[in-house]
Ligand binder design. Structure first.
Ligand SMILES: [Zn+2]
Length: 139
């Protein structure tokens, strides 16, 4: 009977490895850290979010400013927006950004990047190879 303790242990380890892989694959949109500073709203983990999305911080800033209908400025790791916005509003915009510019339209993978094909900016997925045109930010 080979089904001894060692074998069971190995099988257990195998299972844990599988779980780790799943954990790494699961991509979560970071929750915004925000506070008000006078008449401006500070997005404290701005750079962390941009890095997590693997996008240019300037692109994310432009999108957020545009969607919030205000002007935004980068302040080191943070971003500040003129006006008072709730955490919920900011979370919604960050989520919108991820849906428009991060997740693959075909398979939903966040493993994507911007490429330029014949002068057109597209979202290319490294997981399934799909390429989708993306809307440009107007402002
Ligand atoms: Zn894909």
């Amino acid at each position: 009977m080979e089904d001894n303790y060692e074998n069971l242990l190995d099988r257990g380890r195998e299972k844990i490895k599988d779980l780790d892989a799943i954990e790494k694959d699961r991509f979560e949109i970071p929750d915004v850290e925000t506070y008000q500073e006078g008449k401006t709203t500070i997005l404290g983990n701005f750079l962390t979010i941009a890095k997590k999305f693997n996008r240019e911080p300037e692109h994310l800033l432009k999108f957020l400013s545009d969607k919030l209908g205000t002007s935004g400025k980068r302040k080191g790791d943070k971003a500040s927006f003129k006006g008072n916005f709730s955490k919920r509003q900011l979370n919604k915009r960050v989520e919108e950004y991820a849906n428009n510019y991060v997740f693959c339209f075909e398979c939903g993978s966040p493993d994507t990047r911007f490429v330029k094909i014949e002068g057109v900016k597209m979202l290319k997925c490294d997981a399934c190879g799909a390429r989708n045109s993306i809307s440009s930010i107007t402002k």
